[in-house]
Design a protein around this ligand. Sequence first.
Ligand SMILES: [Fe+2]
Length: 481
Amino acid sequence: MNSEFTHILIVDDEVSICNILGQYLKKRGYSVFTVQCAEQALEVLEDKSVDLVITDIKMPGITGVDLLKIIKKNNSTIPVLITTGFPTLDTAIEALKLGAYDYLTKPFHLEEIGEKVRRAIISKQLEEENLLFSKLVSLHEVTKVLTSTLDIAELDKKFLNYSIKMSKADGGALLINDSSGRLSISETCGKVEKKLWVNQALTNAARWVLSREEPIVIESGVNVLPSGLLPIPPEFKSFISFPLKTPSRIVGVLSLVRFANRQPFTNLDLEIINVLASQASISIENVRLYQNIRDNYLKTIRAFALAVEAKDEYTHGHSENVMKYTVVLARHLGLPDQEIELVKYAGLLHDIGKIGISEQILNKAGKLTDREFEEIKKHPELGARIIADVPFLKSLVPMVLHHHEFYCGGGYPTGISGTEIPFGARILSVSDAFEAMTSDRPYRKSLSQEVAFSILKKEKGKQFDPNIIDAFLDIVHSTGE
Ligand SMILES: [Fe+2]
């Protein structure tokens, strides 16, 4: 640290001491503030950037030891040198125990002061570097968590929470820039009332950051601000706002505040948040792109499912219902999110092969002939063939192909049994059967839920996987249906 940028605060009720010390340290190139009591010292600490405090112990009002306690309570890295005219070992030990960097006895030896000041400032730098290092280590962990999150709401919440925690802010807001360039609040967190985030000064600042693509720091009481910016509300001491940049665009803005009774954000806080924001921006953009692709994917699959249902007037809504039952079952069975996603799509698409079956057979009111039933039985293979060549549907093939297999064997199209049948297909088989039984068919009216439950129970371990039937009945009992 260059000494001309090093600010030393001297606190002593004796003006002559302040003058002697102040002049000596100024000569050595330091910038010096002098005050005669701890109360004034606290005001300076609140408003100015201070690198070292030299305080007398015995002062009217708040003592030097109490001032030291307050500085340390604020988790400050500012070193404190205690000066005393009553050099007792007890006073020195008490001050050191409370976190004083060192003590000086009056009368002063100026050379000794110069040396202790120099060492205290080096120690502060080292402490800040250590702090930065430990924050960077935890930042690395945070980045890992953020890049592994695929849910938009969860990612926004985690990112904001980490930002508040790492900058020791009282509150924060994450604003997202949508594709039309509109900035809107996606998440707020901390002790700040939500309505304050829509305060004009704060929203102006966020828009300023978005358009300039650079961060802004606004301290309370500062009236000369860049054009377009307003002073922050009196509730706040300090406000910072960062653009969340990716190589191609600004995905949003992160704003953080500290209340009026706090210290302003430090340069270290700004550095940490800057690194965190630049890491998180990519995750925030990626997770939104991923969500977009997933939504389009689901729309495509829905269109396929509707195309099938358009041929078969009795199966209207069947695929959507099968999808819903399948998701509930898969979740109850503890499948990971990504697999739940797959069975969900398979639920929508399981009967896609019916697109190749004649409408006369699908809509026949009477009993099917053997030949007609053989035709119907072709739909799992037809469906598997249709989706096999579609890259994003390929992983659904085993579930679509085997959704009519029986757990005890003898189903179609292959007759495999037990765990040979893909787990997703076994789940689909239960939800498909329940949905089919409880809705009208060309050849019969819908069965009541009670009758359907008893059929599922009867077929437990035969047509259906016993564990899945247990899970199904578990859900039914817990929801009271
Ligand atoms: Fe089917």
